[in-house]
Design a protein around this ligand. Sequence first.
Ligand SMILES: [Zn+2]
Length: 271
Amino acid sequence: MPEGDTIHYAARRVGAALVGKEIVSIETPQPRHSGDRWPERLDGRVVRGVDAHGKHLFLRFEGDLTLHSHLRMTGKWGVYRRGQRWRRPPRRAWLVIRTTEHEVVEFDGPVLELMTEGRTRFDVHLAGLGTDILSADFDERAYLRRLREDDYTRGMGDALLDQRNVAGLGNVWKSEGCFMAGVNPWRAVADVSDEEALDIVRRCRPLMQLSVERGGRITTWEPGQPAPGRAPRTWVYGRAGSPCRRCGTKIRTRGQGDDNRSTFWCPSCQG
Ligand SMILES: [Zn+2]
């Protein structure tokens, strides 16, 4: 699943292609949106900004209209020069926005909605999002406050995935952050100190910012230069059964929380 760093990187690319440019056409090939009349409603409007909050991306058009997207597990944003081959089949495109130079394509949805600017502020779900870990004004106190208001019997790894506590962390960063801070993700929130909770996000933040610069390529463990491939170089994520890079103990994994999301940890380093 794309995490905050991937979405912030997408927002940059989409923004560079669209903001202030003349929109030549807008298409919504997905049957679900065929009756929405977005091309008519957005006709002649300029995109004045593209931004991200956590894993949500917003295309802000002139005249109080905003396209909100969330990729969940499957979606992807693509930005191509006109005529360049798309990286996913055209039948999977949900939204295609063309300028004279670029095609911006949203593939595989699954959340795409056109809303007024006001609704983005008052929508229960969007307004309830926690402080964005990648935001320049990430609010540590707001993060701690939400965490302490949350179910304190919940495992820390599970709580970090809750976008109301902090927006932008996904499975990879949750596992890596807990490792880097030496916190066992199965410890109840009540047993994690404020210092430890802050340590997790403070270690993730600069690495996530770096990942945005590198096109959403996650690297938390770096022996030398970044790998050419896209596979994340991690301490624990995706490494179940392999020896811990610090102590040699076998990395473990197990599903955690209501959604049974895989959590990876070193039972020795994260006591
Ligand atoms: Zn270890």
